[in-house]
Design a protein around this ligand. Sequence first.
Ligand code: HEM
Length: 515
Amino acid sequence: MDFVLIPSRPQLNINLVSALAALVVCAASLWRSLSRRRSLPLPPGPRPLPILGNVLDWPTMSPWIKFAEWSKVHGDIVHIQLMGDHVVVINSAEAAAQILNRAIYSDRPRFVMAGEIMGYVRSMALAPWGNHWKSMRRLTQHGFSKSSVQKFLPNHEDGARRFVRSLLEKPSKYLETLRFVLGKNILETTYGLEVDSVDHKLIKVSEAIQSDIAFAIVPGKFLVDTFPLLKRLPWWLPFLKYDKYAKRAMELTAEMVDGSFDDVKSRMSDGTIRPCLVSNVLEDDNLRNKTPDFENVLKWAAGTLYGAGVETSVACFSTFALAMAMYPDVQRRAQEELDRVVGSSRMPTFEDRERLPYIDAILKEALRWQPPVPLGVPHRVMEDDTYNGYRIPKGSVVIANLWQMGRDARTYSDPLEFKPERFLPDMNGGRAAELDPATYVFGFGRRACPGNHYATTSLFIQFASVLWAFDIKAEDEQGRPVKVSPEFTPGFVSHACPFPYKFVRRVEIQDGMTS
Ligand code: HEM
């Protein structure tokens, strides 16, 4: 027996000693790496003041322009300090992909007013990283994947015909009409109902929610976003009045998020539902009740889509219309392509898309020239990180300057010009096509826009149909040409500034073509 026991003891000790040694080596290397990380500098940026940091430098209008100026002085990654909080602005597409495509950047910063007080923290765009957000993403990605959006193509074609018809009847207020057409499509595909006019209750409620969030989300609008402790004071205090905003948001949410969902369920039970995103998920055994709190998750996933999808697409269309008025040669070339492929006896359809590469290139160029959300939606990093010898501390808010990425002269030739041919390899002087802006204008990583395929199919058919039917011109009341310049609104979603436009019919349009 001794013979068996004696050799086993040293064996045990050797194992123990090697394990302890390995542990010590690991701990030491972890400690060294952490200390090295902590000793790395923050990315460069404008010099902060004591306590206030860069609060006084923070631009309130079109901040992307100031951020781009800082990048010329400090480089692609700029650090800003706001009352002790770290903000990192990334100005190159390559750096943004390397940093933001990693899972540790999937959180959002706190939105105290819009998120916590008004309650929109449950929506997909503002929700922090966690189970509620992950489950919403899973359901939405299922409904809006590249293959799933094929189901919506007839709705988009129908929307484009409707838009052309209303431009013929009432060319003024074209953006309002487009907003209605796009909103109607999102509501119909999400909830399977028929939305027949701008006065539909859900259009009104969705618009109200969207404009309230856009108002409340702007940094500096509410003091509580800078000093979250204010949230603990009674909300009715006259100088706060948070209860007023919270009550209105609660009423709107009850109509939009809860009401529309309950309505789908009751139409499913009486057999009058038209298949839609919500009913498809409710009927899918692989999705239904697969997450805790399933109904709440689905309600909020669905309730986010109008707000996230309509304004962004309208902004892109407004940029397209401005570019067409400023660049008549581009417009003419697109119309030659349409005349060759589609002809004048019918409107374009998705079946023509493969043979309309120039229209697709115009869409890419409109997204690059003025990204609809120039700074994307901020991310928050959940762990300490390093990039290119710089330290990005845990909790930093990270902003991607998509606007600057589109005008980076290292990536694009003549970046200020509207040149769709940059995206056609064979028309780009033999060079490869330039970087597709879809790789950054829809954001990054796990947070990237789940509506990108939906948006690009819908915008493609709108652009093709409008160019097929009309010449877009900048003209005054007397029909004299007006010189317009590329000016854009300064908000979170950026539109082309209004200009005197005219849609001049260029083909004979029979009644049957647009119905
Ligand atoms: C041209 C049109 C559009 C543009 C330029 C756009 C752009 C963006 C951007 C930049 C983000 C933030 C991504 C990030 O955090 O990195 C985003 C988020 C989002 N978008 Fe879009 N979007 C468009 C259309 C749509 C449409 C049509 C829908 C749905 C029908 C949609 C739904 C969403 C949602 C739900 C989020 C939040 C994702 C999350 O936080 O997990 N978007 N979009």
